[in-house]
Design a binder for this molecule. Sequence first.
Ligand SMILES: [Zn+2]
Ligand SMILES: [Zn+2]
Length: 283
Amino acid sequence: MDILFYSIPVFLSMILTEVLISYTTSKDNYNILDTVSSLSIGAGNFVIEFVGHLTFSYIFQNHFKNSFQILFNITPNFNTYFVLFLLDDLTFYWFHRLSHECRLLWASHVVHHSSDKYNLSTALRQSWTGFIFSPFIFIWLNILGFPSEMLTVARSVSLIYQFWIHTELIENMGVWFEYIFNTPYHHRIHHASNTEYLDCNYGGILIIWDRLFKTIKTQNSEIKYGITKQIDPNQKYTYNPLKIAFHEWINMFSDLEKAKNIRDKFNYVFRGPGWESHSSTKT
Ligand SMILES: [Zn+2]
Ligand SMILES: [Zn+2]
C-alpha cells in the first residue's frame, strides 16, 4: 500500500503530461468530465481498498491464520520474490479472466471498462467492490506460505505496472517485449468493445499467460473503447461515479428478481455478463 501511495504523484504528473501531449498533437483521447470521473472513481477505490485491506489483514491474522496449515515457511529473498511474482501474475490472469466470464465478478470489474476513452486516467478507474472477492482469490498464496507483506508488494507492483499500459501514445514496444510482457498494444485490445475483441488479453504484467491459455488476440481493425451496453439507457453516456460503480450490481439484482426459476437465477449470477434467459447473445 505504501508503494501505491507514493506512486500517486507520479501517476498524476504522467496524466498531466499525456493531457499536454494529446492537446498539442490534437489527439482526441481526453475528455475533461471523463477524466474527472475516472479520478474520482480512482480516489474512491483507493480509500475502499485501503480500508478493505486493513480489515482483511486483521481478520486473517487474528481469526483465520490458525484455522489452516501454512504449507511452507517462506522468507523474503530474490528467489522467493521471483516465484511469487510469477504465481501472483498467474493468479491475476485467472481472476481477471473470471471477472469477464462470470457476471458476479463482472459487476465489479465493469467499472474499469466503462470509459469510451483510453488514456492513463482510465487506469485509475478501478472497482469499488472488487475487495469483496480478491482476498479469496489470492489467499492460496498465503496458505502456500508467502507472508502478507510479500503479497502486498507483489499486488502493488502489479497495479503500478498496469498503469502505463493505458495509453494510445505508445504504438508498440518491439518484438521480444511484446512477446513476454503486457503492453499498451495488448491492453488496448482488451479494452475494446468490438465483438471480435471481447474476452482476450487478460494478462497483468506478463502476456505469456494469454499465449499459454489461448486467449491472445491481435488488432486488425479500429478499436471502439468502452462497454457494449450503455450504463444509463436514458443517457448517451454517464460520468456519475456512483452509477458507474454500482450499475451492474443493480442490473444483476433486477434480473434476479425477474428470473422465473432457480436455474435462471443461477445463470444470471454465475454465467457470462451477456447471458439472457430468452436468447443467446453475442456478448
Ligand atoms: Zn478487464
Ligand atoms: Zn485496463
